[in-house]
Ligand binder design. Structure first.
Ligand code: MN
Length: 279
């Protein structure tokens, strides 16, 4: 058995996107450009409507997947193929953009807390032009397990502790876990050995990962291995960690804004197809 350790620590960068939504970019910024197959991780969280109200009006995506995990608040999603859905607190949307969609993601609230994550997952060359697909998963469809005293795990994707998350049919075989630890609680989480993986602390003060401590809003890139040991120190606050893993693609990446392909020519093609209304 090989225990995973932290190989790199990253703090997010404050930025804004869409029509001016304030967020913290943790993956997809100069300090951590990507972590194959993950292209971007944004954390958003504010109870000031001015930080989020403008939302993300119509914009395209091609060649990858967007995963939106809502912790608090409500977001309305609509695309140019007639799909629409409401992402409410505790829900997840795994959207495979494939060959292309144009969509909007707009807050469906005018006040109160809006908080969550968006993760971008790359698609293999053979899947980049696939049919777009949505997995909209309601909060009560995400199983919560208690594998150890003081530990609660919401299993969004992957199979752990005898429970399988509801997201299915994703090529990189993802593990996506929201782990809550009471003070003093500890947990060993099995992860597929060759997967890229990261842990991100989003509540509490800190979480121990192996022999090291990961602070609040700090992302730890994990070494390869088949298990990661997490612990919340006894005198600290309860903590919450996002633990995500996926099989690396090991392919060349050509990236321009909302288009992620393998070659510059394919990016030009994506822009032409978008401008010509072929998404
Ligand atoms: Mn989008």
């Amino acid at each position: 058995m090989t225990t995973r350790t932290i190989t790199r620590r990253v703090r997010g960068m404050p930025t804004s996107d869409g029509a001016g939504v304030k967020l913290t970019r943790v993956i997809g910024q100069p300090t951590l450009d990507s972590l194959d197959p993950f292209l971007l991780l944004d954390e958003f969280g504010s109870d000031a409507a001015t930080d989020y109200i403008a939302g993300f009006p119509d914009h395209p995506h091609r060649g990858f997947e967007t995963v939106t995990y809502m912790l608090d608040g409500r977001m309305r999603h609509r695309d140019n193929h007639g799909n629409s859905g409401l992402l409410e607190s505790g829900s997840v949307q795994w959207m495979t953009a494939g060959r292309g969609i144009v969509h909007s993601e707009m807050p469906e609230q005018e006040h109160g807390l809006m908080r969550g994550f968006q993760l971008w997952v790359n698609l293999a060359a053979k899947d980049k032009m696939s049919q777009p697909r949505y997995q909209d998963i309601a909060p009560d469809k995400i199983p919560a397990v208690e594998p150890a005293p003081g530990v609660k795990v919401r299993v969004v994707a992957g199979a752990v502790f005898g429970t399988r998350g509801p997201v299915d049919g994703i090529a990189i075989d993802p593990v996506y876990l929201d782990i809550a630890l009471e003070p003093g609680a500890k947990l060993s989480v099995p992860l597929p050995e060759g997967h890229s993986a990261f842990a991100y602390v989003f509540e509490g003060d800190a979480v121990q990962v192996g022999a090291e401590v990961l602070g609040l809003r700090e992302l730890g890139v994990l070494s390869k291995g088949d298990v990661v040991e997490l612990a919340a120190t006894a005198d600290a606050k309860a903590a919450r960690v996002l633990l995500v893993a996926g099989r690396p693609l090991n392919e060349t990446v050509a990236r321009y804004g909302p288009f992620v392909m393998n070659t510059p020519e394919q990016i030009v093609q994506a822009m032409q197809d978008y401008q010509a209304g072929r998404f």
